[in-house]
Ligand binder design. Structure first.
Ligand code: ZN
Length: 237
């Protein structure tokens, strides 16, 4: 194991103002595939890349195909939090961690017990009518076919699709937490996807920790870099 894991343990022990910023890699260890990863079978099943299917234009034009993709790739049934989610929830309870900022839409941080979770890309655990905005229980998203509102509109998940803008309050709160953080731990993201890279630029401190299996463009800016599985790392700190 990387000796930097012990350095991280000490950093966590000494801080009461930690902010965690996480990406898809946090959930892949719970078995949730990164929808961006295109496997060999992908092209046989889908005529379009995930970025197209998960766009506002596509959802509006072809909700049937959108939901075919959603049911296969975005279902959150049966997934459980891993060591990273659990340890982060524990650190919040101990008063050491101020916020979890996530790009994931699976709700696993809340399932682990985290309370202050800022979901940059929304959540699959809420749904609403795309026409009249009436809220619906997210269970309708898991039913076969396209869910419809009583008004006839198509019900959609409360996630940020491509071409849509992020929730301004979530974004400004995230910036505030990052700006004021003593320790910023960034995990499970290659920092290539907007707005991840931009957000960590707001950090002013000297304890920027990056945990990712592969190298990221920000490795040289970080004060501590750990190239290990994030669940494993959090099971040891
Ligand atoms: Zn409606």
């Amino acid at each position: 194991m990387d000796p930097n894991v012990e350095k991280l343990r000490i950093i966590i022990e000494e801080s009461t103002n930690i902010v965690f910023f996480g990406g898809a890699g946090v959930s892949t260890e719970s078995g949730i595939p990164d929808f961006r990863s295109v496997d060999g079978l992908y092209n046989q099943k889908w005529k379009y890349p995930p970025e197209t299917i998960l766009s506002h234009t596509f959802f509006t034009r072809d909700p049937e195909e959108y939901y075919r993709f959603h049911h296969e790739k975005l279902s959150v049934r049966g997934f459980r939090p891993n060591q990273a989610h659990l340890r982060l929830a524990e650190l919040e309870k101990q008063g050491k961690l101020k916020a979890v900022i996530t790009q994931n839409i699976d709700g696993l941080h809340q399932a682990a017990g985290s309370r202050n979770v800022l979901e940059l890309h929304g959540t699959l655990h809420r749904a609403y009518c795309s026409r009249c905005r009436r809220p619906y229980d997210a269970a309708v998203l898991e039913e076969p076919g396209v869910p419809h509102c009583t008004c006839g509109g198509v019900i959609r998940p409360d996630i940020v699709l491509y071409e849509e803008s992020l929730n301004e309050k979530v974004l400004s709160d995230s910036i505030r937490y990052i700006r004021n953080a003593d320790v910023l731990i960034v995990g499970g993201t290659s920092l290539n996807v907007y707005p991840a890279a931009g957000l960590i630029n707001y950090y002013n401190g000297d304890k920027l920790v990056l945990i990712n299996l592969s190298a990221t463009p920000y490795d040289s800016y970080a004060d501590l870099v750990i190239h290990e599985k994030i669940g494993q790392v959090f099971s040891m700190v």
